[in-house]
Design a protein around this ligand. Structure first.
Ligand code: IPE
Ligand code: IPE
Ligand code: MG
Ligand code: MG
Length: 294
């Protein structure tokens, strides 16, 4: 039987090794900045996005190694979004991945700049990857830019902040979840697929998988914010309610949230049916989102 726990551990080990190898060493000037960058990345993230890229490359008939390189860019970009998300001017949180957030461990200015540098480095790494046909050379760069820019993560973050304290609104909530979280999962899946030599149709199918998985993931994140502990999550809990965030739980309630998460997971799994390559890791990962504890 497929052992997802072992699969995730092995894949995260590979991701961590590569990140450690590729990030600028702390000894290289500007040392303070490189230290803050490494602090913000090498701190025990689950590495779900690069793991999705690796598994998507395989599902598209390619090699996990091809997906890995694309996924590393997604991961360091994700790390930058977390560093900025935790800043006092955003969610103002002091704990991330079980450690003080970057602006607490360093300074606010260093957290802004380390985030900027990780975002930039993501595209440097990506530009060095050869894109297999039929996609054009700039496709991976475009996928990541679209997923993370004003019509992706940043758009979602703007809406998330603007919605604080506002009356429940389904359309706004769907926009927030799709953009702040699901678009980057979609990019991770599509980029892994494309790097692995996917056809446009397979890249689309994997993109749909990523989008639905991302939606389910953010719904369960909203649920865990009301049910879990900071120790388990490695980040503060209960703060969504404190800050009057518009979440799936605040708008629909916990029961409906659990129902909607499993519906999104079902849609994610449906998208996998069209693929020829091995889909077991992606299918198992989607299922696990519903029962995750952190
Ligand atoms: C946290 O993402 C931000 C959300 C989209 C909810 P993860 O839960 O993937 O965080 P890490 O990378 O494992 O710390
Ligand atoms: C998740 O934001 C998405 C991004 C960081 C872009 P949240 O604010 O909902 O996630 P946590 O709870 O801080 O991880
Ligand atoms: Mg936030
Ligand atoms: Mg936050």
């Amino acid at each position: 039987m497929f052992d997802l726990t072992q699969y995730l551990k092995d894949a995260a080990d590979v991701v961590n090794q590569e990140l450690d190898r590729l990030l600028p060493p702390e000894t290289e000037p500007p040392s303070d900045l490189h230290r803050a960058m490494r602090y913000s990345v090498m701190n025990g993230g689950k590495r779900l996005r690069p793991i999705i890229s690796m598994a998507a490359a395989e599902a598209a008939g390619g090699d996990t190694q091809d997906g890995l390189r694309a996924g590393l860019s997604v991961e360091i970009l994700h790390c930058y979004t977390l560093v900025h998300d935790d800043l006092p001017c955003m969610d103002d949180d002091d704990l991330r991945r079980g450690k003080p957030t970057t602006h607490i461990a360093f300074s606010e200015s260093m957290a802004v700049l380390a985030g900027d540098a990780l975002l930039t480095l993501a595209f440097e790494w990506l530009a060095a990857i050869e894109v297999p046909p039929p996609f054009p050379a700039g496709q991976l760069v475009m996928e990541l830019a679209r997923g993370s820019g004003s019509k992706g993560v940043i758009g979602g973050q703007v809406a998330d902040l603007a919605a604080e304290g506002k009356a429940a609104d389904e359309k706004t909530l769907r926009y927030i979840h799709t953009h702040k979280t699901a678009m980057l999962f979609r990019a991770a899946a599509r980029m892994g697929a494309i790097a692995g030599g996917a056809s446009p149709a397979d890249a689309d199918a994997l993109g749909r998988y990523g989008m639905e998985l991302g939606r389910a993931f953010q719904i369960t994140d909203d649920l865990l914010n009301t049910t879990s502990t900071a120790l388990e999550m490695g980040k503060p809990v209960g703060n969504d309610q404190e800050r009057e965030k518009m979440t799936w739980v605040s708008v629909f309630g916990s029961e409906q949230a659990r129902h909607d998460a499993s519906e999104a997971v079902a849609k994610a799994r449906e998208a996998l049916a069209e693929l020829q390559g091995p889909i077991e890791p992606l299918a198992a990962l989607a299922e696990q989102v519903l029962t995750r504890s952190h």
